[in-house]
Design a protein around this ligand. Structure first.
Ligand code: CP
Ligand code: NVA
Length: 300
């Protein structure tokens, strides 16, 4: 059987996502006790910082009977110029799967092309599909389904926004994005999703996106690698803070999501992220359950 990679939400079909979530649900409830990764190793390459992705993949691999190797790209030869195809072929001889977090999405695609084992995108500048899978699982848990729901994205048209657009394409919920001019999501991803029939809209007005929404989600204004733009971005994103007044425009039962880490007082106020509508801790926990389901499916 051909190896399967997970580089984008749209690498999975709707039915595959539903099956993955059924497995993640059994994992979370404790009903699933198998060890499909027994004797197997996941290599985790990180060129950027991580708390949740690193810990949830490492613990997840262990709980499935396998192990994970943390490889900082600074410490392996990749970081000093060893070609990606060489790294891919060598790691394929030792380990059973690779999770990679880096800057350039093209590098992840190149790694996947040359590896003979599954490659998982643990975040690039373009997308963050593992996070959005966990977010969708959290939406299903909190609201029972995403069918017929309106999801609002407020802030940067970044990697998270791009993965939400792909999710809207595959699953058919309504996604309304509010992004300042110059900070829109990937045009290619947006147009591909629209052409595939996704229910998408984009505005510069957060109030318009959040009106009647069942889920309100945001992310930092300056992502990893954009630290030097932080000041300019704080100016550009003024008015995009998710605060109680904005949340009042959403459906009364709306939930708030944030992939974390969060900057209280910038993209979200402390009272919203700590408030009753926030599901951010369940969302972070669900990274573990959903990624275990993903590892069991791709590497088991
Ligand atoms: N949400 C997320 O991916 O967190 P980390 O950067 O801590 O992995
Ligand atoms: N957009 C953020 C997500 C962090 C999990 C970043 O890329 O830094």
């Amino acid at each position: 059987m051909a190896k399967r990679d997970f580089l984008a939400v749209s690498d999975l079909t709707r039915d595959e996502i539903l099956r993955l979530f059924d497995l993640a649900g059994r994992i979370k409830s404790g009903a699933y006790r198998e060890a499909p990764l027994a004797g197997k190793t996941l290599a985790m390459i990180f060129a950027k910082s991580s708390t949740r992705t690193r810990v949830s993949f490492e613990v997840g691999a262990y709980q499935l009977g396998g192990q994970a190797l943390f490889l900082s790209s600074r410490d392996i030869h990749l970081g000093r110029g060893e070609p990606i195809p060489d790294t891919a072929r060598v790691l394929s001889r030792y380990v059973d799967g690779i999770m990679i977090r880096t800057f350039d999405h093209g590098e992840v695609e190149e790694l996947a092309r040359h590896a003979t084992i599954p490659v998982i995108n643990g975040l690039t500048d373009l997308s963050h599909p593992c996070q959005v899978l966990a977010d969708l699982f959290t939406v299903r848990e909190a609201l029972s389904t995403w069918e017929g729901k309106r999801i609002a994205w407020v802030g940067d048209g970044n990697n998270m926004a791009n993965s939400w657009i792909e999710a809207a394409q595959v699953l058919g919920f309504e996604l309304r994005l509010a992004c300042p001019e110059g900070y829109e999501p990937s045009r290619a991803i947006f147009e591909r999703a629209l052409a595939a029939g996704a229910c998408l809209s984009i505005t510069e007005a957060p109030e318009e996106a959040v009106e009647g929404a069942h889920v309100v989600s945001t992310d930092v204004w300056a992502s990893m690698g954009q630290e030097e733009e932080a000041e300019a971005r704080r100016n550009a994103f003024r008015g995009y803070t998710v605060d109680p007044d904005l949340m009042k425009l959403a459906d009364p039962k709306a939930i708030f999501l944030h992939c974390l880490p969060a900057h209280r007082g910038e993209e979200v106020t402390a009272d919203v992220i700590e408030g009753p509508q926030s599901r951010v801790w369940d969302e972070a926990e669900n990274r573990l359950h959903v990624q275990k389901a993903l590892l069991a499916t791709l590497m088991g």
